[in-house]
Ligand binder design. Structure first.
Ligand code: HPA
Length: 245
């Protein structure tokens, strides 16, 4: 029996084209409302759960996402594996717009977000040495290999607060910290998944050169163009990886 997989969609993936929807479910959680009703369906003939983290109409900014409610719903539904899709900026000059990256590490620069399920109960310290699940990353990498898609097989993800993009000096600092790519939603999502004991891996699509890394300022038009150029490969990768889990 294959294990239940959830896809958390990011910017550019608020709907999963090709998903055969069986039903949608509004869930009530102890943490308030999830980003949207949960979509149940089949993708490549495999059962899958889909949740767009910015809401179905892309109206929830990164710092307002109810990460606790989202992960709680997936746990409640028996999800064992989460594949998170993220549109990110490239810090490492080898990571160009429209490249795919399967990060292996992260640094958390977010603040003021509800970031744990262990707030009021007894003190618990989860191990987070490797924030992304090795086996799930391997499956994504194998899927990419089967499809002949070039991917960066590791990278350090910087989670920033947003919603504004960074300054050049901030990106310089992240680079000094060893970060390769930057996004606004990777945390606390990954940590909450670990607390909930759900496997978690990210498929990141570079949609812009991070601040000060490209010749010009970052425009929404550039980001959208790169999203359009790369999202089809993300869909194909998701479709393929589901057959491997
Ligand atoms: N910085 C932070 N988050 C992002 C970026 C960026 O440059 N691009 C897409 N998400």
């Amino acid at each position: 029996m294959s294990e239940l997989v959830a896809i958390i969609g990011g910017t550019g993936l608020t709907a999963l084209e090709g998903l055969e929807i069986t039903h949608r479910e509004m869930m009530y959680t102890p943490y308030g409302e999830a980003s949207s009703p949960i979509t149940h369906g089949k993708y490549s003939g495999k059962p899958v759960i889909f949740l767009p983290r910015h809401g179905s109409r892309h109206t929830i900014p990164p710092h307002k996402i109810n990460y606790q409610a989202n992960i709680w719903c997936l746990k409640e539904l028996g999800v064992k594996n989460i594949i998170a899709v993220a549109a990110v900026g490239g810090i490492n000059m080898d990571m160009k717009p429209q490249d795919l990256v399967i990060p292996h590490q992260l640094v958390d620069y977010t603040w003021g977000r509800k970031h744990t399920f262990f707030e009021d109960t007894d003190v618990q310290h989860i191990d987070f040495t490797d924030p992304y699940t090795f086996e799930l990353r391997e499956k994504l990498l194998n899927a990419a290999k089967d499809l002949g898609f070039p991917v960066h097989d590791k990278g350090v993800y910087a989670a920033t607060q947003g919603p504004r993009l960074e300054t050049t000096a901030e990106i310089d600092r992240l680079e000094k910290d060893g970060c390769d790519l930057v996004g606004m939603t990777g945390m606390p999502e990954a940590a909450l998944a670990r607390e909930a004991e759900i496997n978690y891996a990210t498929c990141a699509l570079i949609v812009n050169e991070a601040a000060g890394r490209g010749p010009e300022q970052i425009t929404m038009e550039d980001i959208e163009r790169n999203l359009e150029g790369g999202i089809q490969r993300v869909r194909e990768l998701l479709s393929k990886v589901l057959t491997l889990i």
